[in-house]
Design a protein. Structure first.
Length: 109
């Protein structure tokens, strides 16, 4: 008897080597960040993001556990980038212009 492997691959790497959920077009990092918010409950992720299949969420978990350091480093880098942007731009420039215009119009102190 010959056995033929038939494993569906839900995860692929883009040109920069970043993992994505193939059909849904969402990054593994994004799904893992969401999973962390719901104590790694795949069923909750599918309820929150109906465009993901349960099998895709489990594929993300499999990829994450096989590449945990790499995914955690990507999450940390994204968090640091957001923090740096928030420090650099404490208030979005458009908001500054709107607030100044409202002050000049006498709508703000």
């Amino acid at each position: 008897m010959t056995l033929t492997p038939i494993l569906e691959t839900h995860i692929y790497l883009d040109e920069q080597g970043r993992p994505w959920v193939k059909r849904a077009g969402v990054s593994v990092r994004q799904v893992v960040e969401s999973l962390r918010q719901v104590d790694f409950d795949p069923e909750q992720i599918v309820r929150d993001f109906p465009y993901l299949k349960l099998s895709e969420v489990h594929a993300v978990l499999t990829y994450y556990y096989d590449h945990r350091e790499e995914v955690d480093a990507a999450i940390k880098a994204a968090d640091e980038l957001v923090a740096k942007i928030r420090e650099t731009y404490a208030e979005p420039p458009a908001a500054v212009r709107v607030r100044e215009a409202m002050r000049q119009a006498g709508k703000l102190p």
